[in-house]
Design a protein around this ligand. Structure first.
Ligand code: HAM
Length: 447
């Protein structure tokens, strides 16, 4: 084994082995996965901080689960698209398992075990890393972090409005406004009765949903053809349905079908939802759009997606009501609503809008020793300052004062504390403010 290691070392000189930007590296990163060097990690933390603070402002509690789950948790529950993208394998105990591609089935499983006896509604949030074997493209990678915000045990439309408000406010907390993004909202129950009113038979509803889901991504002719072939509509009915789904808002549906006993009441939840968001002052962020269906299989009511206004990026966030999932995984039958917001598209949007904070290294103090003899005093002062909560660094090897000063600047120190034989004799340090250049002596006891 020792020999093998030696051979690798010889084949790849140190710079080639450890420099991540060089294509000659022995181990390149897997496609669709990211490294987070401190500069990249700073943006990730900035996003996570906004997500956490906003979720907590709405009274949500943070939770997590394991990144690996039994494969069965996703099959049938998540829908074909995600199942086709699973990272799955058989583990050493012969269990078929998968890396989690989304958090909702794990949440349903976790609550299935413990929701009985818990006060309702349950308001939980999480920031899991998720894995999907997707075709890599702008806004889509093979791993991403996703804020998940869910309310479980509340059927009122006010839970739906509360959840989308968290999503909107999480983006506002990052500096984005209604000029940058908006929510497109629909309701699968309304969609079903409207499709029924257009002439789609109940058994063909899933096929019709699939066509509506693709409206934006395929030419109208193609959707028309599919509505006839797959959803069983005649040419006129297919045209009428397309007109309805292409019109934004509820006016067209209300005008055409609002008088019907099935469609009229199905319009109510969306009206209530929009009214609630208007009352919160978030009306500018919401648009009713019956073309939104959502790819996942478990949604049962209002669904929504957040998009950039310019329409340049993939969805930033998606979610909706899923009232049957908990029961499906063996838990208490509880209504639920929530969303997932990914960090990838969001990071792109923040970059496009110039909303990424400047990356700065910052230290409170850098301690410079004039000679190695003062190192014990430097270590003692550094440790006391650190115990007080300050960020402190110093050179770990022997270096000239000039080099130490340069290092202090590079590391973004606000203040340099110089300790030489003279300072030790007087029980003080020489402090230099790195912004103003001002220098003064500070007694060690006063630090
Ligand atoms: P989803 O629409 O599959 O929903 O994902 C939600 C968001 O995660 C997307 O809008 C997107 O921002 C991000 N996302 C998804 N896949 C990728 C990817 N391959 N690369 C980068 N970002 C991605 C769900 O996952 C639901 N479980 C959300 C939910 C929670 N519904 C109710 N509660």
């Amino acid at each position: 084994m020792g020999e093998g290691v030696l051979r690798v070392v010889e084949l790849f000189p140190p710079t080639a082995r450890f420099c991540p930007t060089m294509a000659t590296s022995a181990f390149s990163r897997l496609p669709g996965f990211r490294d987070f060097a401190p500069e990249d990690f700073a943006l990730r933390s900035h996003i996570f901080d906004a997500w956490r603070q906003t979720s907590r402002r709405y009274g949500f509690l943070e939770y997590d689960g394991p990144p690996l789950e039994l494969l069965d948790l996703y099959v049938e529950k998540s829908g074909e698209e995600i199942v086709g993208q699973l990272y799955n394998f058989v583990d050493k105990g012969d269990r078929p398992v998968a890396l989690r591609p989304e958090m909702t089935p794990s949440l349903a499983r976790i609550l299935g075990d413990r929701s009985r006896g818990m006060a309702k509604p349950i308001r939980w949030f999480s920031i899991p890393q998720l894995f999907r074997y997707e075709r890599q493209q702008r806004g889509r990678l093979r791993e991403h972090f996703q804020l998940n915000v869910d309310i479980v045990g509340e059927a009122s439309v006010h839970a739906d409005a509360e959840v989308v408000a968290v999503g909107i406010d999480a983006l506002r907390a990052l500096g984005l406004t209604s000029a940058d993004f908006y929510a497109r909202v629909s309701d699968r129950r309304l969609l079903s009765v409207v499709l029924g009113a257009c002439g789609v038979d109940e058994t063909r509803l899933p096929a019709a949903f699939a066509v509506v889901d693709k409206l934006e991504r395929q030419p109208r002719d193609k959707s028309h053809e599919r509505l006839m072939a797959e959803a069983g509509l005649d040419a006129d009915a297919a045209n009428g349905a397309l007109d309805l789904f292409e019109a934004k808002g509820l006016a067209a549906v209300t005008q055409r079908f609002g008088h019907r006993d099935d469609v009229g009441p199905a319009l109510e939840p969306l009206h209530e939802y929009v009214k609630a968001l208007e009352a919160m002052g978030l009306g500018d962020y919401v648009e009713v759009d019956l073309g939104i269906v959502r790819g996942l299989a478990y949604y049962t009511g209002i669904v929504f997606e957040l998009f950039d206004r310019k329409g340049e990026l993939r969805a930033i966030c998606g979610g909706g009501r899923y009232d049957r999932l908990l029961e499906l995984v063996g838990g208490e039958p509880l209504p639920a609503v929530g969303f997932g917001m990914g960090d990838v598209v969001l990071g792109e949007l923040l970059r496009d809008r110039g909303l990424v904070p400047e990356y700065k290294r910052d230290l409170d103090y850098y301690i410079v020793v004039v000679s190695e003899e003062q190192r014990p005093q430097a270590l003692s002062i550094a440790h006391r300052l650190r115990e007080g909560g300050a960020r402190v660094a110093y050179s770990l090897g022997e270096q000239s004062v000039g080099k130490q000063m340069k290092a202090a600047q590079k590391e973004g120190a606000r203040e340099v504390l110089v300790i030489g034989p003279d300072e030790v004799a007087r029980g003080c340090v020489r402090s230099r403010d790195m912004t103003t250049g001002e220098e003064r002596d500070i007694a060690v006891d006063a630090l």
